[in-house]
Design a protein around this ligand. Sequence first.
Ligand code: ATP
Ligand code: MG
Length: 369
Amino acid sequence: MPSEGGAGPLIRIENVSKSFGTFKAVDDVSLNIEKGELFALLGGSGCGKTTLLRMLAGFEAPTAGKIFIDGQDMAGIPPYDRPVNMMFQSYALFPHMSVEKNVGYGLKHDGMTSAQRTDRVKQMLDLVKLTDFAGRKPHQLSGGQRQRVALARALAKQPKLLLLDEPLGALDKKLREHTQFEIMSIQEKTGITFVVVTHDQEEAMTLASRIAVMDHGKIKQVGTPTDIYEYPNSTFVAGFIGSINMFDGEVTKTSGDVATVQIAQLGGPIMVPAADSLSAGTKISIAVRPEKITISRSRPKGPNSFSGTVKDLGYFGKDSLYRVKMPSGTLVMVNSVNARRAAESERVAQWEDDVWISFDPQSAIALKG
Ligand SMILES: Nc1ncnc2c1ncn2[C@@H]1O[C@H](COP(=O)(O)OP(=O)(O)OP(=O)(O)O)[C@@H](O)[C@H]1O
Ligand SMILES: [Mg+2]
């Protein structure tokens, strides 16, 4: 067993469950988080994200399982004795205190001299770029600035681990995006391990070095943003992250590294990369991201080409979203980048045009459940 401060992951969660009465809010979660990671817990409302965070912080005790932080078993250790700080879902600042006082608040009982406290507060305000706002009260700040005060306050005690519950939830889209990059840069500068809870998949993809996708108290997949997006392990994760076309099919044959899958919704067979688990007769789902599908007026060479009719066309400037209706009635989403400047009449396809859609076999994700 690793000793305190030794090698090994900063957080080890081993078969942790939390029940409220008969309801399991967190269900047999096992997870390691390394030192210096910016880790995201991603999942829909009520899936157990906050509950898991509260158990890490010590506000809630697991019903079963163990949590180790820096090699130390956290059972029975109260929040204030853990090397952890938590920024809550609604980061309440003290309204009557200045920015400076808010940031320094948690340091009072830390045995620091007042000079040390002043220094630390200065450092933190510098880090979140609020030095010029030190004397203001929270109501004299913008939402994003208030969020940074809360972050500075949480960082002031220099915890080994900072838990952030929906840190950007209160901000509008533009400010969110901007603040995401600030959080990343602050995390890099301090080297503190961050665990960020979010229900926003784009935010998790932007921020995190690794993501755990949660559903109904369970972790469905853990991986880098690329893993989760390009190699989802289930229809749930595939559908939760980004938009995706999902087809039901049955493997008709496999030969070499190619499997052939009959898809009624597309009106024909498609080729997908063969995997060990695929054999003739296997029922599977095939997922294809809209941006992996090409739309064209003439029939493309190669496999996985189908004809349909454009039913919807959304022009978003940098890209266009098409919905192409197949003879089966299925609508296929196609996202195409508008790399060239083109008049409307020059675009690949118009409303009601007969078109071809196609995708590379490598872009098809075969999923069993
Ligand atoms: N103290 C409690 N008593 C009973 N049930 C609770 C308690 N705390 C949480 N729950 C339930 O546990 C489940 C998980 O709650 P949790 O707050 O962890 O969800 P969440 O993933 O953070 O959701 P959100 O994104 O909405 O914040 C929910 O169904 C919630 O109602
Ligand atoms: Mg929550």
